[in-house]
Design a protein around this ligand. Structure first.
Ligand SMILES: [Mg+2]
Length: 386
């Protein structure tokens, strides 16, 4: 089996004004991602997704060019089933042969940023191809079925005080048993964030899981003050309380509260997650499979989490291919306990597939079809391609 072509495309879905929301990142007037398709001489094609930003923020012209001009020539002619070997080639380049001899990495200078995102998307496509070539779902290749279905929390909650309780209740009415809301600098003050969280808890009652995400916008002291103010709200986690550039500060926040701290959506490779763990900065790791290094690297991150008694809740704010890769990981991997299910307007998650993801009693069932188990609606892909 040989790779014959690697195709990358920037998908961009415009969001109508009445379905947009605003956060500290701005207004989500569009949703963007990079779709990767890897063709083979068997006629099978693997699907991948590479992310360089979330939602409206990504410009994907760079990663598309990078894949076509730099990475595709390294892939054509290779056997796509040699997933580890391809990963090491893309990461280590001309020094990849040292990896086989020495057993450690020799990354090319500059192997972070959009290059790692591109590697992530290619790796996802290789796992899809491996599954299709063996006529097995990816989760079976990752160790088999550990759970039949994976709890999926609703990710949203931008509404202001007086509206956020109702907004989160709507997610529960759509079947979710846990919900996540945004806090932080998008609010007028730490007290405003805390008041919104108190409204959310009062509206949801004690049984619904509630998480909050500050998008890394608070100072250490603001985050500590917030955690103290919401101590009675039984939060399942506080996500990115401070900047991802400040793991030591995040560790201070963590030491001052018993609310679990979640982070990692911007981190790349097992090495970055090792450093977060070593800083004692995190309880719930949130690798984004389309940023962190693909399924291959996320498996390694999961092993790190398991060794430290931590859990993994993959960051899945993206398209359907990313969501599928997180789902397969969670089906097979004990420490992956929750999926993020976007409740912002996102056609790339909800409209791209022939068979959309099902939500049953707040959980997504294990896919039974081979590979990632998804097929694209070609008309939608065509209409969204930039
Ligand atoms: Mg987040």
């Amino acid at each position: 089996m040989k790779i014959t072509a690697v195709r990358a495309a920037w998908l961009r879905a415009s969001i109508p004004a009445e379905r947009q929301h605003r956060s500290d990142f701005g207004v989500n007037d569009s949703f963007n991602t990079c779709l990767i398709e890897i063709d083979t001489d068997t006629g099978l094609t693997g699907l991948g997704e590479a992310k360089v930003g979330v939602g409206n923020l990504g410009n994907y012209a760079g990663v598309v060019a990078l894949i076509h001009a730099e990475l595709a020539p390294l892939l054509v002619g290779r056997d796509p089933r040699d997933v580890n070997a391809v990963w090491e080639t893309l990461y280590n380049g001309s020094r990849a042969h040292y990896v086989a001899r020495e057993g450690r990495t020799f990354p090319i200078v500059g192997r972070r940023g959009i290059t790692l995102s591109a590697i992530s998307g290619i790796d996802i496509a290789l796992w899809d191809l491996l599954g299709k070539s063996l006529d097995q779902p990816v989760w079976r290749l990752l160790g088999g079925r550990f759970r039949d279905r994976v709890p999926a929390y609703a990710s949203g909650g931008w509404a202001p005080l007086g509206g956020v309780g109702k907004q989160l209740r709507q997610y529960v009415e759509r079947g979710h048993r846990a919900v996540k809301m945004r806090v932080g600098l998008q609010d007028r003050s730490v007290e405003d964030s805390a008041a919104r969280v108190r409204e959310a808890r009062a509206s949801l009652g004690p049984e619904v899981g509630l998480m909050v995400d500050a998008h890394g916008t608070w100072s250490v002291r603001e985050a500590q003050r917030f955690a103290r103010k919401v101590a009675e709200c039984d939060l399942a986690w506080l996500e990115e309380p401070v900047s991802p550039d400040n793991p030591a500060g995040q560790a201070e926040v963590r030491a001052a509260t018993d609310i679990p701290i979640a982070s990692g959506e911007s981190e790349q490779t097992r090495f970055a997650f090792r450093d977060l763990i070593d800083a004692r900065a995190v309880d719930v790791l949130q690798p984004d499979v389309a940023i962190a290094g693909g399924i291959t690297e996320t498996l390694r991150i999961c092993a790190l989490a398991a060794a430290h008694g931590l859990t993994v809740a993959p960051h899945l704010w993206g398209g359907a291919v990313l969501f599928a890769s997180g789902l397969h990981l969670a089906v097979a991997t004990p420490c992956v306990t929750a999926l993020e299910f976007s409740r912002g307007e996102n056609p790339l998650l909800h409209d791209l597939l022939e068979e959309p993801f099902e939500l049953i009693d707040g959980a997504v069932p294990a896919p039974e079809r081979p590979g990632l188990g998804i097929s694209l609606r070609r008309d939608v892909v065509r209409s969204l391609t930039v």
